[in-house]
Design a protein around this ligand. Structure first.
Ligand SMILES: Nc1nc2c(ncn2[C@@H]2O[C@H](COP(=O)(O)OP(=O)(O)O)[C@@H](O)[C@H]2O)c(=O)[nH]1
Ligand SMILES: [Mg+2]
Length: 323
């Protein structure tokens, strides 16, 4: 009982820390919205010109033209209704518009003990953060009391298998792997069998992000998906696309391609620290309307959390006082 309470308070402390880091790291702490917003209307009054400037700001922050239009159209009608009297009102309107886009996609990944493995297939281009995200998720699920197994489905490079094994070791979770060059579908089928035999709750399957060509990659992933369903028609239960936020609009194009080929059920956006302005998350949410599961703001396990729309909008709109 006491131990549980202690654990819960540790958890909320870690989450509070995450929020602080999110604010500080998103676009390196220069809240592009709030900072520039305040400079848009030095006199304090809001007019059509201010909204035009905001429109340009959103586009340069990777929000994309279509999504920006939706946001600005909303604000223009507020302006016409004389609801945007000052900067505070504009911020409030902007917050509402951003939340309208992000709240519907903030759907956490719920995994329980069902008696058969919940299979998560991680996909995405090379370097997006698939293997790192698997390592972070392995720790997270283990901490939740679930048993976890990893499958080294990126057999394209030997280093990829070793990288996954290292995450397995540091979290003390088993890794099913074969030698580099092995058929990834066979590795993942083996892992599905092993996970069933060992009563594993969550199987996290890694995949390659680069093959000889893009069609080759998509064909391979389709095959893996089919093979994963052999022992359990419901598997893979989650097809999670991992996207690197610093790729901007290119990330959106990748998401559309992967979704068309495989039918995604969730997205994780990594590297929101660094140069990414975070607007790409709005573009993805608006265009694809797929659940955004987790966001990553750094390389360590604590630097990933379930996506929360309120917190994210806060981080976009709140100026980081320590900067
Ligand atoms: N700054 C930062 N780096 C990350 C994040 N997620 C992953 N990385 C780094 O991105 C690089 C590629 O990650 P990896 O998991 O190997 O990508 P994969 O090719 O998709 O498996 C590694 O150096 C990771 O440490 C993140 O949220 N923030
Ligand atoms: Mg990898």
């Amino acid at each position: 009982m006491f131990a549980n309470r202690e654990k819960a308070s540790d958890k909320s402390a870690a989450e509070g820390g995450f929020l602080k880091r999110l604010r500080a790291r998103l676009n390196k702490g220069d809240s592009w919205l709030t900072y520039d917003l305040a400079n848009l209307a030095p006199g304090g009054g809001i007019d059509a010109d201010v909204l035009d400037e905001l429109e340009a700001l959103l586009i340069t922050a990777d929000v994309g033209i279509e999504t920006t239009e939706t946001i600005i159209t909303e604000l223009r009608s507020s302006l016409a209704r004389r609801e945007l009297k000052d900067m505070t009102a504009l911020q409030r309107g902007l917050r509402r518009a951003l939340l309208a886009i992000l709240e519907p996609v903030a759907k956490p990944l719920q995994i329980g003990k069902t008696g058969s493995p919940f299979v998560v297939l991680m996909i995405g281009v090379n370097g997006a953060g698939k293997t790192t995200t698997i390592g972070k998720l392995a720790k997270r699920f283990k901490d939740q009391g679930l048993s976890v197994m990893l499958a080294a489905g990126d057999t394209f490079r030997a280093a990829a298998v070793e990288q996954l094994q290292a995450w397995g070791e540091s979290n003390a979770v088993p890794v099913i792997a074969q030698q580099a060059g092995a058929d990834p579908a066979a590795v993942i089928f083996d892992a599905c069998q092993a996970a069933r035999a060992r009563n594993i709750d969550v199987l996290l399957a890694d995949t390659a992000g680069r093959l000889q060509n893009q069609q080759g990659l998509m064909d391979e992933l389709v095959k893996i998906k089919r093979v994963a369903a052999r022992l359990d028609a419901g598997a893979p239960h989650e097809i999670m696309l991992v996207l690197d936020a610093s790729q901007g609009q290119n990330a959106l194009l990748q998401a559309e391609k992967f979704h068309a080929a495989l039918g995604l059920t969730g997205i994780t956006v990594t590297k929101l620290d660094g140069t990414a302005k975070g607007g790409i998350l709005l573009a993805i949410a608006h265009r694809l309307q797929l659940p955004v599961r987790f966001i990553g703001i750094g390389e360590s396990a604590e630097d990933m959390q379930a996506f929360n729309a309120d917190e994210f909008v806060d981080a976009l709109l709140t100026r980081n006082e320590t900067q």
